[in-house]
Ligand binder design. Structure first.
Ligand SMILES: Nc1ncnc2c1ncn2[C@@H]1O[C@H](COP(=O)(O)OP(=O)(O)OP(=O)(O)O)[C@@H](O)[C@H]1O
Ligand SMILES: [Mg+2]
Length: 385
């Protein structure tokens, strides 16, 4: 089983403002994987889970569970999916209060057609044993503690042998011992081949997870994954070192040049950031010239706030991080930004060996450049926007 969401967004139009509760979230989780999503209150975790389970429809983007397209599936199909494929442990407690613990656990099993009532009851008893609550099977929800209620909810989520278990803050407001019991249980379920996704505020529970995602204002990023963001002036030295690792000494920008570029066009200086370390960057001023010329390297004043062309002075990725798609991501980021700002084209020069790389991204080779930067032969490349 593979659950995949791609560029998933959900906007809520509240009275006076629009909330992007989930903003272009992408991820993939498969059978036997335990994914943890950490994020502050209001960051969009529950909304994301409601989208995945089809309880809410996205504003844009896609959700698929194997061949099933959750966005376009009809309500009966979604109800069947939730009953048979997904075990959902809601953030709010939602045990049925007029039914016993045991009845709460086997209820979704009865709704699932084609299974014998006796078989389901037996299974419910086994699940209650698994979560350590056999003795409370005849109690009612108001007679058990919050931690016990959550364990009942987990047992209930497992009654139909789901392929995916989604647990929205399964350890919220529980003491460390109860938290641990629940996390170990979810880990055990994962090791039996189920995909488990949880949300939490509690960093300590994430040691059980195989993958950790961070949710912030609706944005989802994988911990240990690259974030692209604007460079800060304090990072000049680090950037100069990367420049030296990527270019020949006569072609590399000096620390002074990098500082003056950071002063002149900080918004056109984007870094790829991984685990507190910059692993690459792309930079270039905006100008009215349609070709790169050597005077641009010497004088950042050619930068225009409203220029027509986005140039690229350097696309650098540290050697140990190459061939992983980071250069593409940096370049795409810059192209997207240039499009947003309504530039006519992205222009750059490159050596012969990189012509193919840029052509694959849609650039056109305009022939040998006038630029003699560092004494090499450069080619003018242009991507019309
Ligand atoms: N039905 C709704 N209508 C309007 N806004 C909503 C709705 N549901 C959620 N929101 C808003 O979307 C944002 C994300 O909410 P969500 O419940 O997904 O956050 P959360 O990460 O689960 O928070 P918590 O950790 O507190 O449970 C919040 O700003 C919330 O106010
Ligand atoms: Mg929530």
């Amino acid at each position: 089983m593979i659950l995949e969401i791609h560029e998933l967004s959900k906007e809520f139009a509240n009275k006076d403002k629009q909330v992007n509760a989930v903003d272009k979230a992408s991820f993939r989780v498969k059978s036997g994987e335990f994914a943890g999503i950490i994020g502050h209150s209001g960051s969009g975790k529950s909304t994301l889970f409601h989208l995945i389970t089809g309880l809410l429809r996205p504003t844009s983007g896609s959700i698929s569970i194997d061949e099933l397209n959750v966005n376009t599936a009809g309500e009966p199909e979604l109800a069947l999916m939730r009953n048979q494929k997904i075990g959902y442990i809601f953030q709010e407690q939602c045990l049925l209060k007029n039914y016993t613990v045991l009845e709460n656990v086997f209820m979704p099993g009865i709704l699932c057609t084609g299974k014998s009532k006796e078989g389901i009851r037996e299974k419910a008893e086994k699940l209650l044993e698994l979560v350590g609550l056999s003795e409370l099977k005849n109690s009612y929800p108001n007679e058990i503690s919050g931690g016990e209620a959550r364990r009942v909810a987990i047992a209930r989520a497992l009654i139909n042998d789901p392929e995916i278990v989604i647990a929205d803050e399964p350890t919220g407001s529980l003491d460390p011992d109860n938290s641990d019991i629940i996390m170990k249980l979810l880990r055990k379920v994962t090791d039996q081949g189920v995909a488990v996704i949880i949300s939490t505020h509690d960093l300590s529970v994430l040691k059980y997870a195989d993958k950790v995602f961070i949710m912030k204002n609706g944005n989802l990023s994988e911990k240990g994954s690259v974030v692209i963001r604007t460079a800060s002036f304090e990072e000049a030295q680090e950037l100069a070192e990367i420049e030296l690792a990527c270019f020949l000494p006569e072609e590399a920008a000096t620390l002074e040049q990098i500082k003056s570029r950071l002063r002149a066009f900080p918004y056109h200086f984007q870094v790829a950031y991984l685990n507190h370390k910059i692993i690459g960057f792309v930079d270039g001023p905006v100008t009215d010239d349609d070709k790169i010329s050597d005077r641009m390297y010497a004088d950042v004043n050619v930068h225009k706030e409203e220029g027509s062309y986005q140039t690229v002075f350097g696309l650098n990725v540290l050697p140990e991080f190459r061939q992983k798609g980071f250069a593409h991501r940096l370049m795409h980021h810059l192209i997207k930004q240039a499009k947003r700002e309504k530039r006519k084209a992205v222009i750059l020069t490159c050596k012969e060996n990189l012509i193919g790389f840029y052509e694959a991204m849609g650039f056109q080779n305009k022939g040998i450049s006038n630029s003699l930067h560092g004494g090499a032969v450069w080619y003018d490349m242009e991507l019309k926007l």
